[in-house]
Design a protein around this ligand. Structure first.
Ligand SMILES: *Cc1c(COP(=O)(O)O)cnc(C)c1O
Length: 463
């Protein structure tokens, strides 16, 4: 590929990612078809939509980006961070695109296994693995990154008790500092994750830990998520690489053969464009850490949000349109249950809202400042405030965009609101829009069952 400017490269990637027609047009087609086909309507007033063409394109863009900066034959595993979109059909779709899974709980591992992700495409991270979880992972041959010295001692015992196919590593905290969202910054001085390299004696301890354990062959860091500048992420990767070089030099061999650089590529929530592009990050990494890309190391990545965010849409019916204190308010069925972060921290997590009419067509008309509210019974349950949009009226639809990761797949059961159905769609120019059920809507019986329905008498007669 030519060495065009960074800007030209971004443009090329954007066009490639947006074929066959762009994300906004596909979404408009899907919303209209969902209304026409009755997938959303008065009796089922909220759904999640997933753009399958978009997901495939982004998965391909991720693989291409790292293929272009690594010599042929370099082992690269892209392990999707399951926590971003914990849905079995999504994991299966990604697997079909050559993407594995990063799991961080027994539930996430179960989802990855249900999706058919093979053990050698699965990586287990998380700060609180039980002995049973570790034992199972080593029996399955899943890669494990230990978080701390106590966990490493547990792994010592398991390794001593029998052979395992699991590649084993240690998570370090490169200490590069925080981004704009404290709760998502994992490389701060006091972060709860990994071995804090900047602590006195920590680096020497890590080196010794490797020299004492010839089977410890991986090194892992994940410096943070949304809000972290790319330069800071790259510095975290460089610190990790330099530590691997130091360990291998002291070991006198290439003991560490694979570096897991984590995920964390931020997403631009103001546009349909997939920026920053994977290619931009991959080229930045190669520039900042060339030794990591000369073929001596295998790579693992753990991207989550950047793979799925742009491909999800919450579509919610406007049940009522009212006015309060002179402010128009669209009361919709999408609120805290599907957009928890946005509702509780609106300044950090603003979402784009698109307005559609009762037939699912993009709404025209003069922009009006209005609030888009959710169905939950507390005053702060607002998807957006003071938003300039064509006026939403009763029976229209409001779409919350970029919600494919950490939104509608992360149900919050406030007010016992049901988990909405989720539908994947393809919207090919010629063949029209087709839907597939990804997750059925939660039923009232399921809500009762999950709320102790089988134990109704437990507190009155059971004690
Ligand atoms: C959350 C997480 C990821 C994914 O982060 P994104 O910001 O969604 O890309 C990757 N690795 C680890 C260890 C994580 O905790």
């Amino acid at each position: 590929m030519g060495e065009g400017t960074e800007h030209e490269n971004e443009e090329n990637e954007r066009h490639k990612q947006d074929e066959p027609h762009d994300a906004g047009a596909r979404r408009d087609d899907a919303v209209r078809a969902a209304v026409e086909q009755g997938i959303v309507g008065p009796g089922n007033p909220i759904i999640g939509l997933l753009d399958v063409v978009g997901i495939r394109a982004t998965a391909t863009a991720l693989r291409d980006a790292f293929d272009q900066v690594t010599p042929a034959g370099t082992p690269v595993l892209h392990a999707f961070a399951v926590k971003a979109t914990p849905l079995v059909p999504v994991l299966r779709l990604l697997a079909a695109c050559g993407i594995g899974a990063e799991v961080a709980s027994p539930g996430e591992l179960a989802l990855a296994r249900a999706a058919g992700i093979p053990p050698d495409h699965t990586v287990l991270d998380s700060p609180a693995k039980t002995l049973d979880e570790l034992r199972e992972a080593l029996a399955l041959g899943i890669a494990v990154n230990a978080d701390n010295p106590q966990e490493l001692s547990r792994i010592d015992e398991l390794v001593a008790s029998g052979p395992t196919a699991s590649p084993l590593g240690l998570r370090v905290n490169p200490g590069v500092g925080r981004g704009s969202i404290e709760a998502l910054s994992t490389a701060t001085a006091t972060s709860k994750f990994g071995v804090a390299l900047l602590d006195e004696g920590a680096r020497a301890w890590v080196v010794r830990a490797y020299l004492d354990r010839p089977w410890l062959t991986r090194l892992h860091a994940h410096s943070g998520s949304q809000g972290l500048p790319l330069e800071l992420m790259a510095r975290g990767v460089r610190t990790t690489y330099e530590l691997a070089e130091e360990i291998n030099a002291k070991a006198g061999r290439r003991q560490i053969d694979t570096i897991d650089i984590g995920g964390g590529l931020p997403v631009d929530f103001t546009t349909d464009d997939p920026t920053p592009a994977y290619g931009t990050y991959a080229r930045l990494l190669r520039r900042e850490v060339p030794g990591l890309f000369d073929g001596r190391y295998g790579l693992v990545t753990e991207f989550g949000r950047s793979l799925l965010a742009k491909h999800g849409t919450v579509l919610a019916r406007v049940e009522y349109a009212k006015s309060s204190g002179g402010r128009p308010i669209a009361v919709t069925h999408a609120g805290v249950q599907v957009a928890t972060r946005t509702v509780y921290a609106p300044e950090l997590w603003p979402l784009r809202i698109a307005a559609y009419d009762a037939k699912g067509r993009p709404k025209n008309g003069p922009d009006v400042i209005q609030d888009i509210a959710g169905p939950a019974c507390f005053a702060g349950d607002l998807l957006a405030t003071n938003r300039s949009l064509p006026l939403l009226e009763q029976s229209d639809y409001a779409a919350a965009l970029d919600t494919g990761a950490y939104y509608f797949a992360h149900h919050y059961a406030y007010n016992s609101l049901a988990r909405p159905g989720i539908y994947g769609f393809t919207a090919d120019a010629g063949r029209g829009v087709r839907f597939a059920v990804v997750r059925t809507p939660q039923t009232l019986d399921e809500i009762v069952a999950e709320s102790g329905g089988a134990h109704a008498e437990a507190l009155t007669d059971g004690l």
